[in-house]
Design a protein around this ligand. Sequence first.
Ligand code: DSN
Length: 449
Amino acid sequence: MAVITEQLKNQTDLIRRGMTDLRMQDAELAGILDAELTRQHRTLSLVSSSCAAQPRTLAASASILVNVTAEGMPGRRNGAGCENVDLVESLAIRRARELFGAQYANVQSHSASNAIYQVLTALLEPGDTLLGMAVEHGGHLTHGSAAAFSGAYYKAIQYGTTSDGLIDYDNVRRLALAHRPRIILCGATAYSRVVDFERFREIADEAGAILLADISHIAGLVATGRHPSPIDAAHVTTTCTHKQLTGPRGGLILSGRDAKTKVPGLRTTFNRVLDQAAFPRMQGAPAANMIAAKAAALGYAMSAEFDACMERTRSAADEMASAFQAYDYEVVGGRSENHTVLVRLRGGITGPVAESALEQCGIIVNRHRVPGETRSSLIAHGLRIGTTSIAQRHVDAAGCRQVVDLICRILEKVTPLGEQDYTLEPALKERFRLQVEALCTTYPMVDYA
Ligand code: DSN
């Protein structure tokens, strides 16, 4: 047995030791991770549901807290050895409340989907009615999709957008009054306009429903005041911490003015029900290392640097929407009011073809359905573009126009051969790929430099 004279006493040395061990003892895995870093440097991500985690977030997620089992809440654990986890979780809760102006925060959810399911299972009985936005109209699987738990275990009524791509609030009200859901879910994953949370609350109050807002996509814009906040408008708000908050993959449950009011039909208040929603109802011990990473990200989200990044995120979306319109592409909803631009494809090019052709040239986007489509989302005819990642690269107005110009030129050169197949001349593809790489050099991932 080795005689140990000195043990590592700080996280920096420990993480460095771990990376050295990985490189020396698992070259296969280390190589894949390095290849991914290179891919991210050399490609332009326009995925609206992601951004680059801050290095401090990555470091915190790799922390020693992973070794601690800490079921329960700070100060009320089902086991010993939790004093530092308690401090970290209390810090994350305090920062989440401060950042969002919330009266209540729970930071334990492993993801935003988990957070939503925790709220649903805490507030609904199986078979109860919920009203949420259809995934093909820009909602989410957790908002009542038949393909997911939310649609399988509850009676899910779905609302959508008008032919202009705008939320049809009159229809939401009509459905709410007709079906009297226990919960109305609002928030979206492919919607470029402001969500009117106050209007949703009026509808919820009129229908006697609880309002749950999912702000996973726009959490950074909400936190920095660039999108109206649902914290007091909704009874409960959920978000993930990685799509726009530069945090780890994980979820938050938040509540504002209703936190200490009684849940309709129950004897308990929202804050108590929500605390039990994460544990013991849906999860075991939280991932304490991820809670540390959330605390790191929430701290960063209060900085002037993050505020400036969200400003760039917004202006890049305006710039890109106008640039697509200058190429005569239809921008769904007419413009962007957040970080998302949804573009209707044309010329027989489907979503999968555009997604693949652009990826081959180094531009990463997602396909999404656009209003009026009836076919499977696998053959969607829209491109969903998000600007958070390029804002992190400090891509300016001229850069945004260059990106759109490249996308449009690539799509012009694609010859579709059906719904999934296409040709793009290899020499052209290579030329486009080099142009994207040049843009990536002009606008590097500054946080990873
Ligand atoms: N909800 C999916 C998206 O918006 O891309 C992934 O989390």
